[in-house]
Design a binder for this molecule. Sequence first.
Ligand SMILES: *[C@@H]1O[C@H](CO)[C@@H](O)[C@H](O)[C@H]1NC(C)=O
Ligand SMILES: *[C@@H]1O[C@H](CO)[C@@H](O)[C@H](O)[C@H]1NC(C)=O
Ligand SMILES: *[C@@H]1O[C@H](CO)[C@@H](O)[C@H](O)[C@H]1NC(C)=O
Length: 230
Amino acid sequence: MGSFTSFQVLLLSLALFLASCNALPQNEAAALTFFKRAIMEDPLQILSDWNYLESEPCEWSGISCSMARDHVIRLNISGQSLKGFIAPELYQLSNLQELILHENLLMGTIPKKIGKLKNLKVLDLGVNRLTGPIPPEIGNLTNLVKINLQSNGLTGRLPSELGNLKHLEEIRLDRNRLQGRLPVGNGSEFPSKVHGILSFQGNCLQDKDSKQRTTEQCGNCPCAHLKTHE
Ligand SMILES: *[C@@H]1O[C@H](CO)[C@@H](O)[C@H](O)[C@H]1NC(C)=O
Ligand SMILES: *[C@@H]1O[C@H](CO)[C@@H](O)[C@H](O)[C@H]1NC(C)=O
Ligand SMILES: *[C@@H]1O[C@H](CO)[C@@H](O)[C@H](O)[C@H]1NC(C)=O
């Protein structure tokens, strides 16, 4: 009798395992687990329904899947005061088209591996507390239409690789501490296609036209720290 019960338990576990695994590839499910783990505070409990035992990931808050429900295509968690880091494992969401984490309290750097999300069209990490450079790998995301990294504590040179983004229509990088020159694409496709929705003000760029921070503000200060301790 005892062994029969444990056999039933085994069957039940297997059913749960299959139910949670047959929709999304294992690595995409794992990426979401890593994402949640890197969030330290979730005051509005937006991630409370991120639970494999209760529902499948395509049902979770902020997640949109493909029609066949076999890939995550959008992760949008905006204005939720999420505090934590951006897990580099997100790169495993290989079909992701939109990564929108606008207006949270995300810190640390933008993972280089984001440059592997080949299908990404929208990257919106604006209004967070991200520091460090914009990874040049973002220039590999040739399908990008929209980038918003405004209002963070990003430093370093603006990567010239951004000039490779031929489909870009909107770029907002204002209110950071970026340096260098505005990227100019080879063949002038960038920024001509970017119909004026291109914000760079409030940085430390060599650009006379847009409002930049003063030399004093841009001096050799540990700018990232200033931002973090606000
Ligand atoms: C992202 O989610 C917010 C609500 O959390 C919503 O207002 C916004 O329209 C969404 N953006 C996209 C592109 O789906
Ligand atoms: C992505 O970009 C980096 C830096 O720009 C480059 O070194 C690398 O070769 C690129 N990777 C691919 C797969 O294109
Ligand atoms: C710029 O474009 C021209 C042709 O349009 C090409 O021959 C050249 O290699 C390109 N340069 C770079 C740095 O990509």
